[in-house]
Design a binder for this molecule. Structure first.
Ligand code: HEM
Length: 344
């Protein structure tokens, strides 16, 4: 009896197709969040990207951020990409020409969409890897503490706007020479206070001044002073190491930002001074928004959510609207950052 009620096992290929598709939806949500955040670099003219700074700091301060990043972004990307590559290798497009085994059917819009979903997959594969390598690994801000405050460092190239913007954002710019002065000071702590390095940042405020102590009589005295001096020296060393982590080229300085979001803002601004980056990131945004929202439309069919011609028509309108709005916000972040909002 029971045998007739047993449902057949889900075929493996079906399971992976559905998982790849579901991960695609997570990536769409992430893309919307990411481009909404980025657009604030330049959406409000004259704001110095304060909305972006707040949003990035909010994300950066989330508890268990690495766990969130891995489970909600890293793994979904990996699954979607690995299985995506498999599907790309086995897919057959017929919008622009075939291997002659089937007719070329360029007159159907959906055939073109199918082909472009696959073309944008290859573009995204290259650009996503390049983007993550650039922003998460090569140019991830270094950080060091001064007392209880953490500062974030990133290299930037000099231009007229950077001085005034830095002043408004509370950012200090350290030249190569100033960094080597700091190094000398750390290596020979007996150097007097008030040296060029000291005046560069004014960050080396005495920790013992901050120490309000005296809850416990025993904590006072020489031993405590030694502990505090050792901690201060250790902080100075870490500070100089964080500055020296950036091998500066001609015309570059290290920007010392009071928070992570500000460092990221300066990184974005610096990136989009380059015409090559403007071009590559524009292609990236266009490919990602096309792939994501054409994908959102097919996702709804894949999962049986839009089965009638009417519901598919409405979903197409919604997907197109999202494609244009999110695409526009992505492009504004790229073209508005250095060229408009952050160069006064
Ligand atoms: C911005 C990043 C990405 C987003 C937001 C995204 C989103 C999506 C969505 C929503 C779908 C539709 C799923 C369905 O129809 O059920 C899809 C399909 C697809 N994606 Fe992506 N994707 C991204 C990156 C990539 C990358 C890097 C690859 C390259 C390997 C890729 C390969 C594919 C393939 C091959 C399909 C078609 C699967 C099929 O139905 O046969 N995607 N994507």
């Amino acid at each position: 009896m029971g045998r007739y009620h047993e449902s057949p096992p889900v075929p493996r290929a079906f399971f992976w197709r559905r998982l790849q598709s579901l991960m695609g939806l997570l990536l769409v949500i992430f893309l919307i969040e990411h481009l909404l955040t980025n657009s604030q670099v330049s959406l409000t003219y004259g704001s110095d990207g304060i909305g972006f700074i707040h949003a990035v700091n909010g994300i950066h301060n989330l508890p268990y951020l690495p766990v969130i990043e891995i489970t909600l972004i890293g793994l979904p990307f990996l699954i979607h990409m690995v299985w995506g590559i498999k599907y790309l290798m086995t897919s057959k497009q017929n919008a622009y020409g075939t291997d002659q085994s089937q007719p070329t059917l360029g007159k159907y819009a959906r055939n073109h969409a199918y082909t472009w979903q696959r073309i944008t997959s290859w573009i995204l594969l290259v650009l996503v890897i390049g983007h993550v390598t650039q922003m998460r690994f090569i140019y991830y801000p270094t950080s060091a503490k001064q007392g209880a405050e953490t500062y974030y460092m990133i290299p930037v190239s000099l231009d007229d706007g950077i001085y005034t913007l830095s002043e408004r954002l509370g950012v200090t710019l350290a030249t190569k020479q100033q960094i080597s002065e700091e190094r000398k000071q750390v290596d020979s702590p007996q150097l007097s206070a008030g040296s060029p390095a000291e005046s560069l940042t004014g960050f080396f405020s005495s920790i013992s001044e901050v120490f309000t102590g005296s809850q416990d009589e025993e904590l006072e005295g020489k031993e405590v002073q030694q502990l505090l001096a050792a901690q201060k020296q250790h902080q100075k060393e870490s500070w100089v190491e964080a500055l020296e982590a950036w091998p500066l080229k001609q015309g570059e300085v290290v920007a010392i930002a009071p928070d992570f979001g500000t460092a990221e803002l300066l990184l974005v601004r610096d990136t989009f001074k380059s015409p090559l980056m403007l071009f590559l990131y524009s292609i990236f945004v266009l490919a990602a928004t096309y792939h994501a929202f054409n994908g959102l439309w097919t996702f709804n069919i894949t999962w049986g959510l839009t089965l009638t011609a009417r519901s598919q028509k409405y979903m197409r309108m919604l997907s197109l609207l999202l494609m244009f709005v999110i695409g526009f916000l992505g492009l504004i972040a790229i073209w508005g950052s250095y060229l408009v909002n952050l160069n006064q």
